[in-house]
Design a protein around this ligand. Structure first.
Ligand SMILES: NC(=O)c1ccc[n+]([C@@H]2O[C@H](COP(=O)([O-])OP(=O)(O)OC[C@H]3O[C@@H](n4cnc5c(N)ncnc54)[C@H](O)[C@@H]3O)[C@@H](O)[C@H]2O)c1
Length: 288
């Protein structure tokens, strides 16, 4: 069963899953909806969120309502209906913009936006559910996820689909700042794989999901341009307020818990993503 209110998601992304899953359009904060869907469910993969930091700064009440209260509503309903485990999509935003170096899970959280506060608050709440009620929870702190189907037209779009779209449209990609800022980019395939592994890892685990490798925006543009046969000619704009300089996951715990993800390396994943957007690859298959 898939529950999504389609506020930022698109039903057409689920076409391949149709034969395998029932899709219901609804809100994770709707108790009647949860009472209808959750009986008989063993595992809840909770990815629903208003996923933008910028949006959360503009709409703090709504962001906390969906991202924190929504998580509470879902966890409570899942527990009440006898689900075994909830796997939560948290974020590296919990470490805050001032954190530097490889970020390990024991680093003190320093949330600097309503989005990050909601994510760390939800983690604490889920940890309460685990210790107080024995309800199994796992929190996955994603770094910068990318891959096919990421929305390049969202007003809060992520950098990789924005770069790819600009290159395909023969426009200048925009870099805010000097382009030397780094992120830990992680392919969506690895995120999906990790979620499946998280169904059986020790309950109570809170773990980073990243590549353990920093990449700056120039490198990203170069790989995407090479894949598409376009020489990128970016336009530099002033750095945006609050932009972080570097982001890197310490993946020691991740590898200890889940082992090594046996997928394509970062340049290959970036190239595949670029080609997917260009329509040169058949649709990725998420279900065999
Ligand atoms: N993309 C990243 O780099 C990244 C990084 C860290 C964490 N995350 C987290 O991963 C999860 C997935 O994010 P994404 O990047 O795929 O974004 P996304 O917008 O594609 O996914 C979020 C989904 O939640 C749905 N949703 C929003 N509010 C809802 C509600 N009240 N009830 C039901 N559904 C609702 C949206 O329609 C959307 O399909 C989110 O929890 C996000 O915070 C993503």
């Amino acid at each position: 069963k898939i529950l999504d209110d389609l506020s930022s998601g698109h039903e057409h992304n689920l076409l391949e899953l149709r034969p395998h899953a029932e899709f219901v359009c609804g809100d994770i904060r709707d108790p009647a909806m949860l009472d209808r869907l959750l009986p008989g469910v063993e595992l809840v993969f909770h990815l629903a969120a208003l996923p933008s930091v910028v949006y959360s700064v503009e709409h703090p009440v709504e962001s906390l309502s969906v991202n924190w209260q929504g998580t509470l509503a879902l966890a409570e309903a899942a527990r009440r209906h006898g689900a075994r485990r909830l796997i939560f999509s948290s974020s590296c935003a919990v470490y805050g913009p001032r954190a530097s170096g490889a970020l390990s899970e024991d680093r003190r959280p320093d949330p600097a936006s309503p989005y990050a506060t909601a994510k760390i608050g939800a983690e604490y709440l889920l940890s309460n559910f685990h210790t107080l009620y024995g309800f199994e929870t796992v929190c996955l702190r994603y770094f910068n996820v990318f891959g096919p189907r990421q929305d390049p037209d969202s007003p809060y779009g992520a950098v990789i689909p924005l770069f790819v779209k600009a290159l395909l449209d023969r426009r200048q990609p925009v870099i805010f700042g000097d382009g030397n800022q780094t992120r830990d980019f992680v392919p969506v395939e690895q995120v999906a794989w990790t979620n499946l592994q998280a169904a059986t890892c020790p309950p109570g685990t809170i773990v980073n999901v990243g590549n353990g490798r920093q990449t700056n925006l120039w490198e990203i543009l170069r790989v995407l341009g090479d894949a598409l046969g376009v020489a990128p000619d970016p336009r530099l704009e002033p750095e945006r307020a609050g932009d972080i300089r570097e982001s890197l996951a310490d993946t020691t715990l991740n590898r200890a818990v889940f082992g090594t993800f046996d997928g394509p390396d970062l340049p290959a994943s970036l190239a595949r993503t670029a080609l997917w957007f260009a329509g040169r690859l058949p649709e990725h298959r998420f279900v065999d």
